[in-house]
Design a protein around this ligand. Structure first.
Ligand code: KG4
Ligand code: ZN
Length: 366
């Protein structure tokens, strides 16, 4: 079964053809990074307009690269949630129109859930129960998958996502957008122990075992597997201010100019070390408590080498990592999840499909 995936939830317009949820036939990604870099972050209006310009050529390229015509395509899978509303509308409108014109079944896909499915294109397919650490610019969460479409949220960030913290710290240190890769690159040359930064500690006070966020009631909240990154970002800012001997009223965009290259690299390495070990602490906790058969990482921050190093060092099982280009936003992950979804669920009516800009992954059974 060949599925055409379409993704446009943020600043990448992507299309891909995947066969049987396993064989990647094409993977086209048009990134808008150069445009948004001028503004230091994604501008939603500009993102939506850019998607409109390239969505058709990107889809045609994905078909051509896969050596497919429309006759070869069995279904279309498209990201309908979560993301920027204007961006989501362009991809879903293209998918809905094509589903009607070409008479193809249409499957709506959750972007964050799909990130996990980049790992199903690895050489060995992950086994269930599977613990997924999903870390991107908008999400940081631990999800336990019992099967395809049967998962529950164990923990998530209580404030900033980890990728967002990388992006903000990059701004403080004067590294270019997107911040994650540039902080990671600078950290390679830095000393991760030079600046001691605090890890956030979230106390869980309820009675009984820690079952995770999906089991929260009005009375009891389990934040045992949760993260918090805004404190670390502020601690990094304060440490930079101390280092250059200014107080908190000093404009933060002028701080980087007062640091030398070694200080900037040491801050990048110290921040990265603390942020990543916070993620790995919680992943280790969940691994111990739920004994999954496999662990996968997903989302843009899964491209981070320090995360891979620490996980491999601290978890007692082999982890297969997805290639870097499938960690950041792409449509191959959409087509892959689309395949599993199509095995269990009916397609949606293309005239009815609506986007949902904020839809979290709490608990689901297909
Ligand atoms: O999944 P993604 O491409 O888009 C979202 O759905 O958010 O993730 C983008 C995020 C950005 O915050 C970016 O700075 C971060 O992933 N990122 C990284 C690395 N590569 C991308 N963070 C740390 N280290 C990296 N190597
Ligand atoms: Zn993403």
């Amino acid at each position: 079964m060949k599925i055409l995936g379409i993704e446009s939830s943020c600043d990448e317009t992507a299309a891909s053809v995947v066969e049987d949820g396993r064989v990647l036939l094409s993977n086209v990604v048009n990134s808008q990074i150069d445009i948004h870099a001028l503004y230091g972050g994604v501008v939603p209006e500009i993102a939506a307009r850019s998607h409109i310009e390239v969505v058709n050529p990107v889809i045609n390229q994905a078909l051509a690269d896969a050596d497919c015509t429309w006759d070869d395509i069995d279904a279309i899978a498209v990201t309908y949630a979560p993301g920027l509303i204007g961006s989501l509308l362009v991809g879903t409108l293209a998918a809905r129109t094509l589903a009607v014109l070409k008479h193809k079944p249409l499957y709506p896909i959750h972007h964050v859930e799909a990130h996990v499915y980049a790992n199903f294109l690895n050489e060995t397919t992950p086994e269930f129960p599977m613990l997924a650490l999903i870390v991107s610019g908008g999400h940081s969460q631990l999800v336990l998958f019992r099967d395809h479409g049967d998962y529950e949220l164990l923990g998530q960030t209580e404030d900033d996502a980890v990728g967002e913290a990388f992006d903000k710290v990059a701004k403080i240190l004067g590294y270019p957008y997107p911040g994650g890769p540039s902080v990671a690159r600078a950290a390679l040359a830095g000393d991760p122990q030079r600046y001691k930064l605090p890890k956030s500690i979230l106390k869980c006070t309820h009675s009984g075992p820690h079952l995770g966020m999906a089991h929260n009631s009005d009375k009891e909240k389990c934040n045992y597997y949760n993260f918090s990154f805004s404190g670390l970002k502020t601690a990094t800012l304060r440490a930079v201010q101390r280092e250059v001997d200014v107080d908190f009223t000093f404009p933060s965009h002028e701080l980087a100019a007062r640091l030398n290259d070694v200080q900037r690299q040491d801050f990048a390495a110290s921040f990265q070390y603390t942020a990543i070990s916070t993620l790995v602490d919680k992943a280790e906790r969940a691994f111990r408590d739920f004994s999954p058969k496999s662990v996968v990482i997903a989302g843009g921050v899964a491209a981070n080498q320090e995360l891979r190093r620490q996980l491999s060092e601290r978890l007692p099982l082999h982890i297969d990592y997805a290639p870097m280009n499938l960690c950041t936003d792409n449509a191959a992950m959409i087509a892959t999840l689309g395949y599993y979804y199509a095995q269990k669920k009916d397609p949606v009516d293309p005239f009815e499909l609506e986007v949902i800009p904020s839809l979290s992954m709490t608990k689901t059974t297909w």
